[in-house]
Write a protein that binds this ligand. Structure first.
Ligand code: UDX
Ligand code: ADP
Length: 480
């Protein structure tokens, strides 16, 4: 029986391994992590991450051919294929600070693999890493190999959170990069055989190592660039009276462009986009390509601009001050159907409002109070370290309340900011909400989920990203 071990039981490792176990009953899969609470949660009825369909898949395989353990060394030693899916934070100090990936966790995982291995292994990069990481890891493994043969593969994961199980069941493609040697080709074939249990072989793309690593960064950069492009248009739409939804619909009808990923928003978030682009920028700079680096930097700049612009709209519409005013924040996760808050635009928006001395009440159906407090007090980039290295008791903030439903958040508020596109926000009783708010009552829709005209009929003053502006907002400065 082929044995797989995955180091790192996070958003990528957990769901990916669960699906491999589900689709390959003849393979034993063990997911290991240094975090005891995380592994305990994977072994309980309350999985550590919220992902539609995941519970079902885990329940069907756990204890049969899917196991979660903290005994990292034992399971790495026994495995034929070791996936590595550990944190790759952005460096905050030293060479490449603010851009380059910090490979501390990767390096320690690689050294441990070399230490405990007694048989040949295929080591698979699963977490996104900067191009040429495989080469570095290969060097660590080779120099410590004691005669054991290690083959390094790059197998970047393209799943998106909220649709992880769907994406893993029906991936657009699986990408496997390996060394162009007979041993490399054999290793690629072995991994291909795992995916071939459910993915049509023509959708399994095999490349060299560097192409696979770079393709992942490039794919994320292209996706983020689409969002920054439509968000840049949203500012122009507001200035000119066009409607960004109509513009992106018309643009997306061009089959060369396509309709997906053209929703204007308060900004993109998530653990990958910003980090991967910063990485790409760093790689370009290191390779003497400042023009290329600046091109991609602009995608992040527009994203930051969009979040600032939103805060400025809120403050300027409310008579240029939100000091002491209660603002309801609906949604904190970086997108719907996930409890993940990594790099969520809600963090910057809330910090911006708090900077103007607002009092905020936050409601998100999947994000805990602890998490929100941790996010609002944590330093930039600190989120991407293993949980046990993050501050354990989040600092509570006296101007932030985390509440259990949207109605409570909006009670007596001067304004509402919708920051995540949760379906339930479309179905709220906005008449009731309006009735319980201070007047004039403002509604700022950062995700274009509500029907702005209906809200205006109720009495709200509405701002929706990229939509024609209310008379009220027309004379207010959009950018400070
Ligand atoms: C992304 C990639 O999609 C995935 O392939 C990769 O493996 C990891 O990074 P993820 O971060 O989970 O996945 O979510 P995604 O659906 O890509 O959304 C990222 C951010 O962009 C979210 O904040 C989302 O709200 C925002 N977004 C997305 C928009 O603002 N507009 C859109 O049209 C689409
Ligand atoms: P991703 O979104 O890429 O899955 P996460 O941060 O959710 O990233 O998961 C990474 C996991 O890797 C964390 O649970 C962390 O505890 C774990 N981890 C980091 N370093 C090691 C290591 N050396 N051995 C085992 N697990 C590790």
């Amino acid at each position: 029986m082929v044995k797989i071990c995955c180091i790192g039981a996070g958003y990528v490792g957990g769901p990916t391994m669960a699906v491999i176990a589900f689709k390959c009953p003849n393979i034993e899969v063990v997911v290991v992590d240094i975090s005891v609470p995380r592994i305990d949660a994977w072994n309980s009825d309350h999985l550590p991450i919220y992902e539609p369909g995941l519970d079902d898949v885990v329940k069907k395989c756990r204890g049969k051919n899917l196991f979660f353990s903290t005994d990292v060394e034992k399971h790495v030693c026994e495995a034929d294929i070791v996936f590595v899916s550990v944190n790759t934070p952005t460096k905050t100090q030293g060479l490449g600070a603010g851009k380059a990936a910090d490979l501390t966790y990767w390096e320690s995982a690689a050294r441990m693999i070399a230490d405990v291995s007694k048989s040949d292994k295929i080591v698979v990069e699963k977490s996104t890493v900067p191009v040429k990481t495989a080469e570095a890891i290969e060097k660590i493994l080779m120099h410590n190999s004691k005669g054991i043969n290690f083959q390094i593969l790059s197998n970047p994961e393209f799943l998106a959170e909220g649709t992880a199980i769907e994406d893993l069941f029906k991936p657009d493609r699986v990408l496997i990069g390996g060394r162009e040697t007979p041993e490399g080709a054999k290793a690629v074939e072995a991994l291909k055989n795992v995916y071939a249990h459910w993915v049509p072989v023509e959708q399994i793309i095999c490349t060299n190592l560097w192409s696979a690593e770079l393709s992942k960064l490039a794919a994320n950069a292209f996706l983020a660039q689409r969002i920054s492009s439509v968000n840049a248009m949203s500012a122009l739409c507001e200035a000119t009276g066009a409607d960004v939804t109509q513009v992106s619909y018309a643009v997306g009808k061009d089959t060369r462009i396509g309709p997906k990923f053209l929703n204007a928003s308060v900004g993109f978030g998530g653990s990958c986009f910003q980090k991967d682009i910063l990485n790409l920028v760093y790689i370009c700079e290191c390779n003497g390509l400042p023009e290329v680096a600046n091109y991609w930097k602009q995608v992040i700049k527009i994203n930051d601009y969009q979040k600032n612009r939103f805060v400025n709209r809120v403050v300027s519409s409310m008579f240029n001050t939100v000091s002491g005013k209660k603002i309801a924040v609906l949604g904190f996760a970086f997108k719907k159907d996930t409890g993940d808050t990594r790099e969520t635009p809600a963090i910057d928006v809330c910090k911006g409002l708090l900077g103007d001395k607002a009092k905020i009440d936050i409601y998100d159906p999947q994000v805990s109070k602890d998490q929100i407090q941790r996010d609002l007090t944590m330093k930039k980039f600190d989120w991407d370290h293993p949980m046990h290295l993050q501050p354990s008791s989040p600092t509570s903030m006296n101007k932030v309340n985390v509440v259990l439903d949207a109605y409570e958040a909006a009670k007596d508020a001067h304004g509402i900011c919708i920051l995540t596109e949760w379906d339930e926000f479309k179905a709220l009783d906005y008449k009731k909400i309006y009735g319980n708010m201070q007047k004039p009552a403002f509604l700022f829709d950062g995700r274009n989920v509500i029907d702005a005209d209906k809200m205006r009929e109720i009495g709200f003053i509405v701002y929706a990203i990229g939509k024609p502006l209310d008379q009220w907002l027309k004379d207010m400065p959009a950018v400070a």
